[in-house]
Write a protein that binds this ligand. Structure first.
Ligand code: T1G
Length: 696
């Protein structure tokens, strides 16, 4: 066994050299890994006793890509291109032995080896698109040569992982190895290749699949059209398509040059910076400073849910899907029946789309029970209250849970804005009370705000964060304040959107600006979808707000065929002249004078107060990090991920510019624009939100 460097070992089995990489956690292609592979290959090629080479990794996975932490830093060590050259031009067969995930640059290294073997559980992919890049080490040129143009386009623009079995069928790998016997199988495969004197095979020389696509130029435009909605606003997918077009129409050397050029464009662009930022932000959100790594976790093997309404039913599905039995308690039989039926029908809808088997439905429904008896929750590990948003109701429920539930049970509220500490004060065990704020539809939306009360214990927090991961949520720990983090920031945008249409901006203008910014839908279209009459009371309505006026006109949103927009029978929205006049009349009655409002002002008025509110949230310690706020908004409110999140966006614009505009708005429009102290502090010292250390 020879240590080539700190992360690379070289040893020999019979006449096969085994290059073994050990660079936890994912054997990323750091400078040391690149140097190690290159050095080991030089040694193997010079050693006459060696007839073949196996490249394998220790730990959990094969190389999972370039080392993203090196991006933006001065290059060091042997280049990836040089590593690939020595592998591909080797005069002895090189076999990549894959387990775990071969992703990005890792798969691109495997593709310059002459053969590939993998265990069945291995997954392979080129997911660079997820960080706003494209496979920049030949992946866009070699993958189409193996799996064909259409499959390559799909794989690289979706960033999907392919299981080893499928990879074997498509020719991406050549052999499957028994689980746990990868190295032995790879060495045997290498020996067989030598014994059979197989000519060395380079993917770069296999052109039949790309040449065949030359006669089908419309493949690319069809693919663009079919994915236009999914790729909206994103730069990387289009560049990937252009690289594959180059693979079809150009010799590989020119194709590689084209790939390099487009890769550098993306690497230097703002979208990749935002997506790489988000990659790490989404992982940091799980870290809770001050929480010991070995904080004991509580068992969560049974869950009780209070309330079988939309939220309670959706919340229940998360646990049923994760194999955790749920007991739902309601106060009225018909409400309970309706809730249980909703869960079943949700599953049946998913099955109709082919995403669930009928057997799975029965298996999950078998884990679900319901009753009108709170005593049924006496022994559950976790109770989630999901009832009417009224403090008195919630305090009464928590008082009764305190008397009913076993010691050590986690008592959680799904409240979206009420004071969790006040709810906890109704119990004798505030240390067991936590907020688990799901977002509707709770079985779909990824975000879970984990609300930490003043007295919530560390093991309840640690257990809740771990549980969130188990049920497939993106959890962010937040503090107790009105609206917590997400809704508190949303209130800023809503206030400005509503103010803008009193000043002369049309609802469809505001929606267009925010849609073009990258949100899936603007606030007025969203209101029409949700219904303008949420909480509206016909008897008490007094035309005091524009929403009341519209509801009184029976313009209650999509469901009534009209809201801010008019809707045809297919629910296609169109601006409404009547609403335009209604807004003008209402604004006049309220004393507003209307004017032309520019798209730029609409965007700044909606977005900058969100950034400012995020600064206040950080000042108050209601979020641990600025990037946590971004994770909340990407996962809970459709902030375009390629813009990183409101706080990252503020950093990219420049906090000095945000501050200056907030000060102008404050002067023109009032104290609601008063800049946060932290914004003033950072802007005046030339710092960014990303310079802030996490709160303790
Ligand atoms: N570089 C550096 N660190 C990485 C990393 C990477 N590529 N991938 C993961 N990590 C860290 C991660 O930050 C975390 O750190 C730890 O590993 C565990 O990750 C030339 C240019 C491999 C499926 O996009 O998809 O190659 O928080 O929590 O859930 O064309 O990580 O522990 O300190 O995600 O088991 C392309 C990205 C790069 C793969 C494992 N490759 N990674 O998932 O663990 S660009 C990727 C993943 C490229 C080439 C281009 C996942 C995973 P910490 P984790 P996991």
């Amino acid at each position: 066994m020879t240590a080539i460097n700190s992360v690379t070992q070289l040893h020999r089995i019979d006449r096969v050299a085994v290059i073994s990489i050990h660079f936890p956690p994912v054997n990323a292609l750091s400078a040391a890994v690149r140097d190690g592979i290159h050095g080991a290959m030089q040694a193997a090629l010079q050693d006459a006793a060696i007839e073949a080479v196996v490249l394998i990794c220790e730990g959990s996975t094969f190389i999972a890509g370039a080392d993203i932490t090196e991006f933006g830093k001065p290059p060091a060590g042997v280049s990836l291109a040089e590593v690939q050259r020595i592998l591909e031009e080797a005069t002895k067969p090189v076999i990549a032995a894959i387990h775990g995930t071969a992703l990005g640059g890792g798969l691109e290294v495997a593709l310059v080896c002459h053969w590939r073997i993998a265990v069945p559980s291995a997954r392979l992919g080129l997911p660079e698109v997820n960080i706003g890049l494209l496979p920049g080490a030949g992946g866009t040129q070699r993958l189409p040569r193996i799996v064909g143009v259409e499959k390559a386009l799909e794989n690289m623009t979706s960033g999907s992982h392919v299981r080893a079995g499928e990879a074997l069928e498509s020719g991406l790998i050549d052999e499957l190895a028994p689980e746990g016997e990868l190295q032995a199988a790879a060495v045997t495969f290498a020996q067989r290749i030598v014994a059979e004197k197989r000519p060395l095979r380079k993917i770069r020389d296999q052109n039949e699949k790309v040449l065949a696509a030359r006669d089908q130029p419309d493949i690319f435009d069809k693919f663009r059209q079919a994915n236009a909605r999914k790729f909206r606003g994103l730069e990387a997918p289009e560049r990937i398509i252009q690289c594959v077009e180059a693979a079809v129409n150009l010799p590989i050397e020119q194709g590689l040059k084209r790939e390099r050029q487009l890769f550098v464009e993306l690497m230097q662009g703002q979208q990749s910076a935002a997506l790489r930022y988000y990659f790490f932000a989404s992982r940091q959100a799980w870290q809770v400073p001050g929480l010991a790594k070995d904080t004991p976790l509580l068992p969560v093997e049974t869950v009780g849910i209070l309330g079988a309404g939309t939220m309670g039913a959706g919340i229940a599905m998360n646990f049923l899907n994760a194999g955790i039995p749920v007991h739902i308690v309601e106060t009225r039989q018909e409400a309970l029946d309706r809730g249980l039926a909703t869960i079943r029908s949700n599953y049946e809808n998913t099955a109709r789309k082919g995403r669930l088997q009928l057997a799975d439905i029965e298996q999950r429904m078998a884990r679900l029970t319901g009753s009108l008896d709170l005593q049924q929750l006496a022994d559950v590990d976790l109770v989630i209250e999901a009832v009417f948003e009224n403090m008195d109701v919630k305090k009464d429920i928590f008082r009764r849970l305190d008397q009913t539930c076993k010691a050590g049970a986690i008592l959680a509220s799904n409240t979206s804005a009420l004071d969790l500490n006040e709810i906890a004060s109704a119990t004798s065990r505030p240390e067991s009370v936590i907020g688990l704020h799901f977002f509707s539809p709770a079985n779909v939306m990824k975000l879970l705000e984990v609300v930490r009360g003043t007295h919530t214990s560390d093991n309840i927090i640690a257990t809740s964060m771990q549980l969130a991961k188990k049920i497939g949520k993106v959890a962010v720990l937040v503090g107790v304040c009105p609206g917590f983090v997400g809704n508190r920031i949303l209130a800023q945008r809503q206030r400005e959107a509503n103010a803008l249409i009193m000043e002369g901006a049309m609802p469809w203008a505001v929606d267009r600006v925010l849609y073009q910014f990258g949100f899936p839908m603007g606030p007025f279209a969203m209101s029409d979808l949700a219904g303008l009459d949420l909480g509206w009371n016909k008897e008490r309505s007094s035309s005091s707000t524009l929403r009341e006026v519209l509801c009184e006109m029976d313009r209650r949103g999509q469901k009534s065929g009209a809201g801010f927009y008019d809707y045809d029978e297919k629910r296609t929205a169109a601006p409404s002249r009547l609403v335009e006049q209604t807004i003008a009349d209402f604004a006049k009655k309220k004393g507003f004078s209307t004017r032309e409002v520019s798209d730029e002002e609409i965007l700044e008025r909606c977005i900058y107060p969100m950034i400012n509110e995020g600064a206040k949230i950080l000042e108050e310690g209601m979020a641990l990090r600025a990037c946590d706020i971004d994770v909340v908004w990407v996962n809970g409110y459709g902030w375009p991920i390629y813009r990183g999140g409101p706080m990252f966006y503020g950093d990219q614009i420049g906090l000095d510019k945000v501050l200056a505009r907030m000060q102008q708005f404050e002067q023109q429009l009032g104290p609601q624009f008063k800049p946060a102290k932290l914004l003033v502090e950072l802007a005046s010292s030339g710092r960014k939100f990303s310079d802030l250390a996490p709160a303790k």
